[in-house]
Ligand binder design. Structure first.
Ligand SMILES: [Zn+2]
Length: 248
């Protein structure tokens, strides 16, 4: 049964076509796990800023991820312990599934906490219709509203198989020092205009491995998730060294 999550035409529209995606392909479990691990690395590195949301207002899949983390180790979450921060983080990650010819992918869902992702925080993007702004997905929750950006990148760049979007304020302040191309103007998150800005910037810079979305954050492109996350971490480190070098 299809359910439409948001918005008028041209605004992002996520259309659910099924909840269960892991059973659709034997490789999806491993891909979902690699997204979960990558999210934790980015969170550790402080590249996925946190937004507080009370535990009881979180989606079920996220509460489950917190509970699993608590069971597995050190942490205490939930209404019983209001001092522990719960919420979600900015940013989103995707990886190509290479199951059909249409460059479909797995991507993190809107409102996920990168530090505690679970399979329920990931959606399988089955098809994207840019003209109608619709994204058809399998998953328990709607995919990131930036799913159309990921889709446009995979269509444009045959060499790219993983995309990592983060909000690193240090890089945003200095993208040109790193040689990272920047979109020509700010556009709203989830808008088709932002998709177009990203595509335009990548067409002007056909070998770019990273771009800065003006007044927003970075997108890193790579052949694998590990490579994409390493590129993000290296960029932050390189920037810090360059700034220290300039100051010294
Ligand atoms: Zn963003």
């Amino acid at each position: 049964m299809a359910n439409t999550e948001t918005g008028p035409i041209m605004e992002f529209q996520a259309v659910g076509i099924g909840k269960e995606y892991l059973s659709l392909n034997p490789n999806f479990n491993a891909l979902a796990n690699s997204l979960i691990k990558t999210g934790k690395k980015l969170s550790h590195a402080g590249m996925a800023p946190f937004v507080d949301i009370p535990y009881n207002q979180l989606p079920l899949s996220q509460r489950q991820a917190y509970e699993e983390a608590r069971d597995s180790s050190v942490l205490n979450f939930g209404d019983s312990n209001p001092n522990i921060r719960t919420g979600n983080t900015y940013g989103n990650l995707s990886v190509l599934t290479e199951t059909r010819r249409n460059r479909e992918f797995l991507i993190t869902c809107t409102g996920s906490d990168m530090h505690f992702l679970s399979p329920g925080d990931i959606a399988y993007i089955y098809a994207v219709l840019p003209e109608q702004a619709q994204v058809y997905y399998y998953g328990e929750r709607a995919p990131s509203s930036e799913a159309r950006i990921h889709s446009a990148i995979y269509r444009l760049r045959q060499d790219v198989k993983a995309v990592v979007h983060v909000h690193c304020s240090e890089i945003s302040a200095n993208p040109s020092i790193l040689g990272i191309p920047i979109t020509s103007r700010f556009e709203k998150q989830g808008s088709i205009e932002l998709v177009n800005q990203v595509v335009e910037t990548l067409k002007k810079n056909p070998t770019a491995r990273a771009i800065e979305m003006r007044d927003h954050g970075q997108i890193f492109l790579a052949r694998t998730l590990d490579e994409a996350v390493q590129r993000a971490l290296d960029s932050k480190e390189k920037l810090n060294k360059l700034i220290l070098g300039i100051v010294a």
